[in-house]
Design a protein around this ligand. Structure first.
Ligand code: 5AD
Ligand code: SF4
Length: 453
């Protein structure tokens, strides 16, 4: 794609220049960074190996928890010296932090060496924004509040050439009371099925084998489309695409997980038997205050239905500890739910107060020491279950898509099972991007180990 604009040489701005992107947060951000990389490489930029040789450094930020913000502030602060040495270095901040006015103002006030601030919804305008900054020397701020304009012509410079993220929708309508995402990513907007299918067909032609469909709540995909079309239909249509061998997706909100989707997962041989189903808490009172719109019982019933239809399903979840007003009894409900569901693994979070959300106004914040103690008890409940589930793999031969070589040992490869378990085994790096059969001989809490058979 060539970018239309009033400047003649905008597509050459990056010739001979180097860029680096630092990405924080979720897969959506990772994929946004792949799109940004593609745009920059179309402008002539090439990847840098360190900050010192970079002409452009972009921070694609996350705001879900406070720690993520703090890390970016630390990184920005550390760049002040480099910018002084190299005044023509361009520093840009994008992603969820940029979408919040108070954060933008803070960055502009405290980090005057930041040159460009853009949002999650206008990535396609980046060439123009870089050009504006380079022409004027001014700080350029460009934010679009509403959820992302669907610009179908942006491609991605994907990290892997055998597995790819594909956005199917942008934004979120759920307003869970702790969550900043609906404020940073705007309202839910689905891409048209035709363009999603076309993108995946093109990926398949290029040799991609696995795709991960991305959306804040993929289960409500299609609700705003003119012609009725559901996420379950989308899965069935993608399942027919030749060349694609694995289909993954995230994230699913339990309130919108339909029987139709469970049946599609059961019937489609390419859809991986793994479901990430964030529960957040096991207490009905907390779930209500989180605005999750289901009870513990609803969730357990849903899990039962899923396990009945797809007995070998791997279940993972997100859990927040220390939401305002969480009592010892509420927390014990969470532990009880974890024991009943028996998750393969879980992402666990200490509740983090996010300004602008409803929960931030709640007075009964849980003291930090109590939050930390509960967090440890939660891990002590989750880990033995993960280990037990992993132990059941010993002696089994599993199909693994080889993804990487180990950072510590070049002779060790890693890849994932259909159930999304990370597996380590000896092998040649030429196997990356192919499927191999691995016999599992040893397991840990988070990984499996074995040898190719
Ligand atoms: N504090 C802690 N965890 C949070 N999450 C979202 N907002 C917060 C917050 N304010 C967690 C939820 C969500 C995951 C992506 O991040 O568990 O599912
Ligand atoms: Fe945040 Fe809830 Fe939307 Fe997920 S579903 S992005 S937790 S508001």
């Amino acid at each position: 794609m060539k970018f239309e604009n009033k400047f003649e040489n905008i597509n050459d701005i990056g010739k001979g220049k180097k860029y680096m992107i630092f990405t924080y947060g979720c897969q959506m951000n990772e994929h946004d960074s792949e799109e940004i990389a593609w745009i920059l490489e179309n402008m002539g930029y090439s990847p840098a190996i360190n900050k010192e040789e970079s002409n452009l450094i972009i921070f694609n930020t996350c705001s879900v928890r406070e720690n993520a913000d703090l890390k970016v502030y630390g990184q920005l602060g550390a760049l002040k010296a480099l910018k002084r040495e190299k005044p023509d270095l361009t520093i840009a901040v994008c992603g969820c932090m940029s979408q919040q006015e108070s954060v933008r103002n803070f960055i502009m006030d405290k980090f005057k060496h930041v040159d460009i601030i853009f949002g999650t919804n206008n990535i396609h305008k980046l060439p123009q924004l870089i050009n504006n900054h380079l022409q004027t020397g001014e700080t350029v701020v460009d934010i679009v509040e509403e959820s992302r304009e669907i610009v179908e012509s942006i491609d991605s410079h994907r990290k892997y050439d055998f597995k790819a993220f594909v956005n199917i929708m942008y934004g979120c309508n759920n307003f869970c009371t702790y969550c900043i995402v609906p404020y940073t990513r705007g309202r839910e907007k689905s891409r048209k099925p035709e363009s999603i299918l076309k993108e995946i067909e093109t990926l398949a032609e290029k040799g991609y084998k696995e795709i991960t469909l991305l959306g804040q709540n993929v289960n409500s995909y299609g609700k705003n489309l003119k012609n009725p079309y559901t996420f379950a239909q989308l899965l069935r249509d993608i399942n027919k695409i030749e060349g694609i061998e694995r289909i993954r997706f995230m994230t699913s909100h339990p309130k919108d997980l339909s029987d139709e989707l469970i049946y599609a997962m059961r019937d489609c041989d390419k859809v991986c038997k793994h479901l990430h189903l964030p529960v957040q808490s096991g207490s009905d009172k907390i779930l209500k205050n989180m605005n999750r719109k289901y009870t513990k019982e609803n969730y357990l019933e849903l899990v039962k239905k899923i396990k009945t239809e797809i007995p070998d399903i791997a279940l993972t979840t997100d859990i927040i500890v220390g939401f305002p007003g969480e009592t010892e009894e509420d927390f014990e409900e969470t532990l009880d739910l974890v024991k009943k569901v028996r998750y393969d693994s879980a992402y666990t979070f200490l509740y983090s107060k996010r300004e602008g959300t409803i929960a931030a106004k709640q007075e009964e914040q849980v003291p930090e020491d109590i939050k930390h103690k509960r967090f440890q008890r939660l891990l002590d409940t989750l880990y033995p279950i993960s280990y037990e589930i992993n132990s059941s793999y010993i002696g089994q031969t599993v199909k693994v898509l080889v993804e990487d070589i180990s950072k510590n040992d070049e002779t060790v490869l890693s890849g994932r099972t259909d159930s999304s378990k990370l597996v380590h085994f000896k092998g040649n790096k030429e196997l990356i991007g192919t499927f191999v059969d691995v016999k599992i001989t040893n397991v840990k809490t988070f990984t499996l180990e074995g040898h190719i058979v």
